[in-house]
Design a protein around this ligand. Structure first.
Ligand SMILES: [Zn+2]
Length: 62
């Protein structure tokens, strides 16, 4: 398998993991809350990125 293919698989797995986490947040009811500080995430941000897990103050952990 080429390096490009490995990177593609990793990117797909990362996206699937993000989807899993977003679905879990929807299930437990904290989908719209930052996972670090529990601040509400703006609807406009979630429209742009439905998998967003953190507020703008904590982008590195999303
Ligand atoms: Zn935050």
């Amino acid at each position: 398998m080429s390096e490009f293919s490995n990177e593609s698989v990793l990117a797909i797995e990362n996206t699937l993991n993000e989807v899993d986490r977003a679905l879990e947040r929807l299930r437990v009811g904290n989908y719209r809350l930052c996972q670090v500080c529990a601040a509400p995430i703006a609807d406009a941000e979630l429209v742009l990125n439905p998998l967003l897990a953190n507020c703008p103050a904590h982008p590195e952990l999303s």
